[in-house]
Design a binder for this molecule. Sequence first.
Ligand SMILES: Nc1ncnc2c1ncn2[C@@H]1O[C@H](COP(=O)(O)OP(=O)(O)OP(=O)(O)O)[C@@H](O)[C@H]1O
Ligand SMILES: [Mg+2]
Length: 223
Amino acid sequence: MIDQARLVARTASVLETRDLAAALAELARPSDLLVLVGDLGAGKTAFTQGFGRGLGIDEQITSPTFALVRSYTGRLDLYHLDVYRLEQVSEALDLGLSELLDDGSVTVIEWGDTIAPALPHDYLEVHLRFDVPDGPAPTGESSAPATEAAAGAAAGSAEVFERRIVELRPIGPRWSARVRALGAALAPWTEGGAGNDADTGTGNDADTGERGAPTERDGVGEC
Ligand SMILES: Nc1ncnc2c1ncn2[C@@H]1O[C@H](COP(=O)(O)OP(=O)(O)OP(=O)(O)O)[C@@H](O)[C@H]1O
Ligand SMILES: [Mg+2]
């Protein structure tokens, strides 16, 4: 199933995460939705900053944690939401998400996985994880440290603070149709620059466990 494609990349600095996100923004279309998943400090806002730059937004993008939603004008306009503080999914419905999506902007939701029942079944999931040596594999439930400080303490190296695994999962037809283009956009951040050829038909099914692992699949297909 094309819904089950996973694309995995790694970044070594906040600048790389922003550049990766900017490259993905080249593929954005009106009414797209991105759901950002990841622990505190994983880089969801940093990703959005780069994504906004790729959308041609000049204004500085800041965390909308307290504002809940901020809007920006660019080649495509952006709604940036952070639903961390919502306590119930019903509050997410009050956000008027479908109206945001309908007006032709691109919407990015930090902690969007926490309001999954309120989401349309058509979005790009972007999961950011701390890339800790000998840490968890890039698939499955994250057991990465909840904070950068915890990550650093675990690994004992400042450099570790900077490394992230960025995993993309297209959910639904809008982004699944762009899976090859997503793989190409990610190539600079995958091993050899060609790890994610996004071939959903054959080959590359196994997680090799190596850095810059190729496209992965998940038989679960949850959303
Ligand atoms: N490779 C990297 N990618 C992203 N951020 C990085 C990276 N390396 C270091 N950082 C730093 O990690 C922090 C990420 O913060 P950011 O606010 O983007 O996280 P967040 O996931 O939005 O957190 P929150 O859940 O609190 O909203 C920044 O201080 C950034 O400079
Ligand atoms: Mg944030």
